[in-house]
Design a binder for this molecule. Structure first.
Ligand SMILES: [Ca+2]
Length: 171
């Protein structure tokens, strides 16, 4: 190696070392400053981690278990069926029909006068307004109710429940 080259190399190494040391000092000083600033404002700094977003709950499939609690909507229907006047409906001589439609569902109450009933004795419920009744209820008395369910909402009533207190019990 020529002496000139050696000198250049040595100078380069020294330069790199000096720059490195300077850079180190600068970074230490600035870190120290930042830390003291951070300490001063630590109490006001909000956590930066965003709360983990809960996975979107999929629509809970209706579970047609051996027993199903009487839902508030069911209670409302039972209450209406056992207390509402027949004057609410349209009398065709044979039966009285009363259709209550909301944005979510349609409930159809019937009183089969020709069969001797004087109160709403049948209810048909379309829970999703797809024009197919999900359920058909037969109400013999406020405590004696048979509930037939089309679990697939396809017009086939494949599950039957009886009202037992605050519970539907599957047959
Ligand atoms: Ca339906």
């Amino acid at each position: 190696m020529k002496y000139k080259t050696f000198v250049r190399l040595r100078m380069a190494i020294i330069l790199v070392l000096v720059v490195g040391v300077l850079a180190g000092i600068i970074s230490l000083v600035s870190n120290g400053l930042q830390r003291s600033v951070a300490n001063d404002s630590a109490s006001t700094v909000a956590p930066t981690t965003a709360p983990t977003e809960a996975p979107t709950a999929a629509a809970t499939p209706t579970q047609w278990l051996p027993t199903v609690a009487v839902a508030p909507f069911d209670e409302e229907i039972l209450r209406t069926a056992t207390t509402a006047s027949l004057d609410e409906g349209i009398d065709d001589g044979e039966s009285v029909k009363w259709r209550k439609k909301s944005a979510q569902s349609t409930v159809e109450y019937r009183c089969d006068k020709a069969k001797g009933f004087t109160t709403w004795n049948r209810v048909k419920i379309d829970r999703d307004n797809d024009k197919k009744f999900d359920e058909k209820w037969s109400i013999t008395s406020p405590t004696e109710v048979k509930r037939m369910v089309s679990t697939a909402d396809d017009g086939s009533y494949d599950a039957t429940y009886d009202l037992t207190g605050a519970t539907w019990t599957r047959r």
